[in-house]
Write a protein that binds this ligand. Structure first.
Ligand code: HEC
Length: 133
């Protein structure tokens, strides 16, 4: 009885810690909801692309998305990066940066561990890799 009463503050602390850390399950599950509502109708299942439109990139391990840095993906999704011939709608003013980060955290749950690690490195250095940015 006493032990379970004592566990509550600890549980609360763990919950709070989970909310403030990056890439946590709160962000991932929020990202899943945002993805389902805004992206899945074209891109399908984030890992397999199932249920998506033909000729629309798949975000899973077989796709290309993981080659891009987080900063670039943010610009692609918000539409602030000018891609000639782009057909994807821009999400600037529709999604916040925090919501896009949630989507990216969700996408990453489908990638292989080595892809996650490589992409993390690319994300940390992308401004050096693309000095024109
Ligand atoms: C109306 C269909 C449509 C919707 C909705 C859509 N996309 Fe796209 N997306 C595309 C198409 C088509 C492309 C390929 C490039 C182009 O034609 O613009 C693309 C390209 C991309 C790319 C770059 C390619 C890659 O994977 O490296 C990313 C990242 C992306 N979309 C993420 C998203 C996210 C996240 C959402 C939801 C917030 C979303 N898209 C919503 C159709 C869509």
């Amino acid at each position: 009885m006493l032990a379970s009463q004592k566990a509550w503050p600890l549980l609360l602390l763990l919950l709070l810690a989970g909310c403030s850390a990056g890439g946590n399950s709160t962000g991932i599950s929020a990202g899943r909801v945002t993805y389902e509502a805004n992206c899945a109708k074209c891109h399908g299942d984030t890992t397999t692309g199932e249920g998506g439109l033909p000729d629309t990139p798949v975000h899973g391990p077989e796709g290309h998305t993981w080659h891009h840095a987080d900063g670039q993906l943010m610009e692609i999704i918000l539409g602030t990066l000018n891609i000639p011939g782009r057909t994807m709608p821009s999400f600037e003013g529709i999604l916040t940066e925090a919501e896009v980060i949630g989507i990216l955290d969700y996408m990453k749950t489908g990638w292989y561990q080595d892809q996650v690690e490589l992409q993390r490195e690319v994300s940390a250095n992308w401004e050096d890799l693309y000095p024109e940015k």
